[in-house]
Ligand binder design. Structure first.
Ligand code: URA
Length: 235
């Protein structure tokens, strides 16, 4: 693998930054400074130092994105822009996919990865990974409706939702809801079951991950080592 590709995939530097760093003698391969960033390395064997920092090789890529409105959380779509389209070209070449879907008009936290095993585990129904959403509804919700939704709402197809937690805000038309499952359009359908309607929905947590307030809509960043560790250890 080319060293500039390696540094870009590891979230360390763009290709332009790598070229500049190489010219300045700031990239070492096994202790020797390289003049150019297009040389090939063996990521699993070679020791790479970038600007004084040893860069560990990580087989998979993990990304946190703040999904904007109107973008679909799939890998390909003939009509709409996808979360993959929001990534730079180099990352689009990796086989990244969103770990769990958000509807086209739902905003907020999406984790993207190419680590199929981790995604499979986090999405498996038996793991009950908690997801917190901020919502706004068309009409105020009553205490009875909240109790019903929390206990388990019967959706239009007869499915009874698993218990959820709802924190209703003062205006009774907004709040946070925590789900342990992710059925198709679940929150919208839950609100429909009490003759109400979601007018705004944003995911703010996914398991141990929290939406990064520094990310504007449509922006992304690599997960930190701590976040990856928390996901791996998440039961
Ligand atoms: N529930 C919904 O209705 N939509 C989402 O995007 C996520 C949960």
């Amino acid at each position: 693998m080319r060293i500039d590709k390696f540094l870009s995939n590891m979230g360390v530097a763009s290709r332009t930054e790598s070229s500049k760093a190489a010219r300045q003698g700031l990239i070492l391969v096994n202790g020797v400074a390289v003049k150019k960033a297009d040389i090939h390395i063996e990521p699993e064997k070679d020791v790479i130092v970038y600007c004084g920092r040893t860069i560990e090789y990580r087989k998979y890529t993990y990304i946190l994105m703040n999904k904007p409105d109107g973008v679909v959380s799939s890998t390909e779509d003939g009509r709409d822009k996808t979360v993959i389209d929001l990534l730079p070209e180099e990352l689009q070449k990796l086989n990244l996919f969103p770990c769990g879907r958000l509807d086209k008009h739902t905003l907020g936290l999406v984790m993207l990865t190419d680590d199929g095993d981790l995604a499979h585990r986090l999405l498996s129904p038996k793991h009950h990974v908690k997801k917190k959403y901020y919502f706004e509804s068309k009409f105020p919700l009553t205490e009875e409706e909240i109790a019903y939704l929390q206990k388990g709402a019967t959706l239009e197809d007869g499915y009874i939702t698993k218990p959820s937690q709802i924190e209703l805000f003062e205006n009774k038309q907004s709040g946070n809801i925590i789900l342990v499952e992710g059925k198709y359009h679940q929150i919208k359908r839950m609100l429909e079951s009490v003759n109400n309607k979601i007018t705004y929905l944003e995911r703010i947590t996914f398991g141990p991950l929290v939406l990064d307030e520094n990310l504007e809509r449509g922006q992304w960043r690599f997960l930190t080592d701590t976040e990856i560790k928390r996901l791996e250890e998440h039961k």
